[in-house]
Design a protein around this ligand. Structure first.
Ligand code: 13P
Length: 287
């Protein structure tokens, strides 16, 4: 059964470990992540971006597939189905489709509008038993080939958004999506400590989990991070494994590749990567 992410993240924050959010793009990724969570006896969050939702023909398809797969694989660990970086309209679509958690990214709205929309969505989500994440301080990443520096959140603004009743908060602390540039300065633990101090027990979220050194991940967890998002790293291992399979020339005597066999090495690579992250984040045996 799919659950809200609130309880698993409150427990993680309390127990000083983090739950991984792994983004899904298709059936194989979903299956790999669910099976690994079960094998590791770990709670897990399946993240769905608006783009991935569109690719999979809509959020309804995603929710129905995840629910059915969770049941048919006999998954018993807590699984949350979460909208990643949702728009206002996207949040409503996911609520309707049967997601159990949403992220409203209203950072591009003027602050009054962001507050009004977040307050409204907190009420709607909580009335239906869903959890909700908000973001303060833009999380950088590659745009038109330029890698933007991750912005650091204002701790007072974090407190203001936390007080609207969101369940967990993504605060920018110099983290970015995708690969980190060679001259990246690392996470700003000064900002994280200040945010943590302001928001009390609220679980904090670290986006851009790919490429952050293990010691920085552990330090972030010790300062209140209870959810870590990973996407690019799974894409990289999937690509590598698929390429190796093609280069090995394992086609059907010139008739092409059996799609199920073609995707199998990538599937195994994602399983291994997710297990590695669950061990690093400390969520193994925390279901
Ligand atoms: P990466 O792609 O850098 O792993 O970040 C994932 C993420 O934060 C999704 O919201």
């Amino acid at each position: 059964m799919l659950v809200s992410a609130k309880e698993m993240l409150d427990k993680a924050r309390e127990g000083k470990y983090a739950v991984g959010q792994f983004n899904i793009n298709n059936l194989e990724w979903t299956k790999a992540i669910l099976l690994t969570a079960q094998e590791c006896n770990s709670p897990v969050i399946l993240g769905v971006s608006e783009g991935a939702g569109k690719y999979m023909t809509g959020f309804k398809t995603v929710a129905e597939m995840v629910k059915a797969m969770d049941e048919s694989l006999g998954i018993t660990v807590p699984v949350a189905l979460h909208l990643d970086h949702g728009s206002y309209e996207g949040c409503y679509k996911c609520i309707k489709a049967g997601f159990t958690s949403i992220m409203f990214d209203g950072s591009h709205f003027p602050i009054e509008e962001n507050i009004a929309k977040t307050t409204e969505l907190v009420n709607v989500a909580h009335n239906l038993g869903l959890s909700i994440e908000a973001e303060v301080g833009a999380i950088g990443g590659e745009e038109d080939g330029v890698i933007g520096k991750g912005e650091c959140a204002d701790p007072n603004e974090c407190k203001m958004i936390a007080d609207l009743g969101v369940d967990f908060l993504a605060a920018g602390i110099g983290n970015i999506h995708g690969k980190y540039p060679a001259n990246w300065e690392g996470l700003s633990f000064e900002t994280l400590a200040a945010v943590n101090e302001k928001v009390g027990d609220m679980p904090l979220v670290l986006h851009g989990g790919t490429g952050i050194p293990d010691d920085q991940i552990k330090k972030a967890i010790s300062l209140g991070v209870a959810k870590i998002n990973v996407n690019t790293e799974c894409q990289l291992v999937f690509q590598e494994a698929t390429r190796a399979y093609i280069e090995a020339g394992k086609d059907l005597q010139g008739k092409g590749f059996d799609p199920r066999k073609l995707l199998a090495p990538g599937f195994e690579a994602i399983k291994a990567k997710v297990k590695e992250k669950m061990e690093l984040f400390g969520s193994v045996n925390k279901a």
